[in-house]
Design a protein around this ligand. Structure first.
Ligand code: NAP
Length: 312
């Protein structure tokens, strides 16, 4: 049987994540073809780049699917424009700035028979599914997320992150919530949050969340965007029987009772793109907004605490 022709992809937003992950992942997948990209200013090597979506589509009407890699605040407007032209859509995380916007994008794509992928790259980390299986066989006592990174190191020049809708420390923190909502069998409920917001910013730079589920599980999360030295992207889980599981390095390493079970290099975006391609070929969508709902709920119940001015 003849191989299917590669799916023709366009990118919107050619910043850090497009260059670090999307471009190499598309180029590394023979079932996909990177046709072009657009961004107001960025012109990365190896991509035919246009200043606007309209210019890209006019030059390349053959594009079948678009990955939107812009900051979240403008994602809804852009996604609506992409869907109106009949292209499938891959949304970088978070899928939009609000739940309402995310749902509107999903509904619009569905009404046009197009695929939408609300991508959560951390769910494709190598130790996440094994953690899910470990949890499924046990009764848990507690879950503690510790997600601490240096914003100056990982997000240089990204002013949008501390503007309204940029989510601040939840921009990386939502990755931990995408893992949490994948590995736990029950829905997560936010009970309380402390949100530390620099006096010159609109979004938190540190946050502590108290959560639970229908079984009363003790779930906590500590987020810090000012972490220097060792960076931590870990989830510590204890079972009622006293067993201890640690999922660390963003989901690439798994330890149970101090024994290393998985330690692998991440290949999250190649997994994500394979998933996107399969969804399109099957005429399906994957639009789970549970991680975004937790952030939204934390913002609803959160105590706002003034933090010192943030200067990059
Ligand atoms: P970034 O480096 O600031 O890049 C964003 C890009 O979007 C910029 O190149 C910018 O264009 C472009 N852009 C802005 N307005 C646009 C518009 N109207 N049309 C087309 N392009 C537009 O940010 P990033 O780190 O790549 O993050 C983008 C998204 O990916 C965020 O939602 C983030 O959470 C997610 N993400 C980031 C990472 C990471 O490690 N950085 C990891 C996973 C997911 P110009 O530069 O051309 O002006």
């Amino acid at each position: 049987m003849a191989e299917a022709t590669p799916l023709k992809i366009g990118l919107i937003g050619l910043g850090k994540i497009a260059v670090d992950q999307h471009i190499p992942s598309i180029k590394g997948n023979p079932a996909l073809e990177l046709v072009a990209g657009c961004s107001p200013h960025a012109r990365p090597e190896g991509v035919k780049a246009y200043p606007t979506f309209e210019a890209m589509i006019e030059a390349h009407p053959e594009i079948e699917a678009i990955a939107i890699c812009t900051p979240p605040q403008i994602r809804h407007k852009i996604a609506a424009q992409v869907i109106a032209t009949g292209r499938h859509v891959f949304l970088e995380k978070p899928p939009a700035a609000t739940l309402g916007e995310a749902e509107a994008i999903r509904d619009l794509a569905t009404s046009k028979g197009l695929t939408v992928l609300a991508s959560w790259h951390s769910r494709f980390a190598p130790a996440v599914e094994a953690t899910r299986e470990w949890i499924a066989a046990r009764k848990l006592k507690s879950v503690h997320i510790v997600w601490k990174e240096n914003v100056r190191q990982w997000h240089p020049g990204q002013k949008w992150i501390f503007e309204a809708g940029g989510m601040g420390v939840f921009d990386p923190g939502i990755n931990s919530l995408s893992i949490l909502t994948r590995i736990l069998p029950q829905k997560v409920i936010v009970k309380a949050a402390d949100l530390h917001i620099p006096v010159n910013c609109q979004a938190p730079i540190q946050a502590e969340l108290t959560m639970t589920d229908e079984t009363g599980l003790d779930i906590r999360a500590d987020y810090d965007f000012l972490q220097t030295g060792i960076q931590t992207w870990s989830i510590f889980i204890e079972s009622e029987a006293g067993e201890k599981l640690t999922l660390s390095m963003g989901g690439t390493e798994l330890e149970v009772d101090d024994k290393v079970l998985i330690k692998e290099k991440e290949a999250e975006y190649s997994g994500l793109y394979a998933h996107f391609e399969r969804l399109i070929r099957a005429g399906k969508s994957d639009a789970d907004f549970a991680p975004l709902r937790i952030v939204a709920d934390a913002m609803l119940v959160g105590h706002h605490i003034d933090a010192p001015e943030y200067i990059e």
